[in-house]
Unconditional design. Structure first.
Length: 274
């Protein structure tokens, strides 16, 4: 996640039913042998993969709904997430194995317990020197306990358009501090027909124009009766009003959108097409 402070995290805990620190995954967890080991990471750099299934021995493990498990291969290593925080590490795919140089770094946002458990498991897999196989757009990571099948996000989740999509607020970035949306708070944003509708604790609307990847948004005005808001809802509304006014840069990656205004940014997930 852009603009996020990092802390060093060494994952030592195994997650019940999934964890395992097998080195290399040469024959564990029901490896099928499909695909071929990647000779190196060059062909994978710049691609983001999303997990479609996880096999733990003979058992198919259910991923947490709404918390996608992702893996991006970068020029010097990987970036990964499992629904909340972002993990990062240096390393390469060598001899068909993902080999990282030491521990992963990770952001420190509070997440729901099932997502935290999923993140611990995913970090354990990534640091276990898993075997990497490629079969078209499918990448499979295998260690001694898990087989993780992943598909290229660009083929599974095409970039959603800014307009005609309903976006749900997913995170808040203020300078170098990233945070998740407080429990009990939510917000939706919709761009259409030259106006943006914002639904937080209260509802707002404003006119906007678009040029390239820049939106120029007029000040939001309240639509309908003003409702009293709890402290978290009031804070979210003020953040929406601050970021979604003036010159706003946007970027879209699959079903994710980031709106940036100065040193502040909001991240969103696509909900549905309008």
């Amino acid at each position: 996640m852009r603009g996020t402070g990092w802390v060093s995290v060494v994952v030592l805990l195994a997650v019940a039913g999934l964890a395992g620190c097998g080195q290399g995954g040469s024959g564990g967890a029901g490896a099928t042998g499909s695909g071929s080991p990647t000779p190196g990471s060059d062909a994978l750099v710049g691609h983001t993969y999303v997990a479609t299934s996880v096999q733990n021995g003979s058992t198919k493990y259910p991923l947490v709904p709404g918390a996608p498990v992702r893996l991006t291969f970068t020029a010097d290593g990987i970036s990964a997430s499992a629904g909340c925080n972002t993990m990062s590490g240096t390393g390469t795919v060598t001899g068909g194995m993902l080999v990282l140089n030491g521990s992963l770094s990770q952001t420190e946002m509070a997440c729901d317990p099932p997502i935290m458990k999923q993140e611990q498991w995913w970090a354990t897999v990534l640091t276990s020197k898993p075997q990497v196989t490629v079969n078209g757009d499918v990448v499979t990571l295998t260690n001694d306990s898990s087989v993780v099948a992943m598909v290229d996000e660009s083929t599974r989740v095409p970039d959603r358009p800014v307009t005609g999509t309903q976006w749900r607020l997913d995170g808040i970035i203020d300078g170098d501090v990233a945070s998740s949306v407080p429990n009990g708070a939510s917000a939706l944003v919709r761009f259409a027909d030259g106006s943006v509708d914002v639904s937080g604790c209260n509802d707002y609307r404003a006119a906007y124009t678009a040029s390239g990847n820049t939106l120029t948004i007029a000040p939001l005005h309240t639509v309908g009766a003003v409702r009293p808001c709890p402290s978290t809802g009031d804070e979210i509304d003020r953040t929406l009003q601050r970021v979604l006014t003036g010159t706003v840069k946007y970027g879209i990656d699959g079903d994710q959108m980031t709106l940036t205004n100065g040193s502040s940014a909001l991240t969103f997930r696509a909900m549905l097409r309008m």
